[in-house]
Design a protein around this ligand. Structure first.
Ligand code: TYD
Length: 135
């Protein structure tokens, strides 16, 4: 798995003068079964989130409101992706170190995940992540 396996997923958007609508259906728009949804909000200016990798978890990260950057890093290559549309998700595959920063005021980051929360699935130490990647 490399950062090349991470990709932007454009979700359906129903344009409407009354307000746009986007939907996400399991099995068609997300390349995994959704087991969990969580969101980050009330993020203070200058804060950084993430700073870890997952052993087996796949995620789709969406800027539901406002904007932020996601830095993805496979230990060899690194890329900064700006998310600012509620109909665009970033698919992040397992074994990718990610950091989130540059949150705009009032932004909301929603994450769809392929599994329920498990601390055992995390690498929170970059050195440990690198050793596991290149072992
Ligand atoms: P963490 O995944 O480190 O946050 P982020 O990557 O968004 O900065 O999680 C922060 C805390 O919240 C940590 O103590 C674990 C807890 N947590 C849950 O209990 N359930 C969850 O689904 C998530 C994502 C985190």
């Amino acid at each position: 798995m490399s950062i090349e396996d991470c990709r932007i997923v454009e979700l359906p958007k129903i344009h409407d003068p009354r307000g746009n609508l986007t939907f996400i259906e399991g099995g068609s728009h997300v390349p995994f079964d959704i087991q969990r949804v969580y969101y980050l909000y009330d993020v203070p200016g200058g804060a950084e989130r993430g700073g870890h990798a997952h052993k087996g978890l796949s995620q789709l990260i969406i800027a539901m409101s406002g904007s932020f950057d996601v830095i993805i890093d496979d230990g060899k290559d690194k890329k900064r992706i700006h998310l600012n549309r509620s109909y665009v998700g970033l698919y992040v595959c397992p074994m990718i170190w990610r950091e989130l920063d540059n949150f705009s005021s009032g932004s909301v980051c929603m994450v769809l995940a392929s599994n329920r929360y498990s601390e055992d699935d995390y690498y929170r130490d970059y050195g440990e992540f690198m050793r596991a990647r290149w072992a």
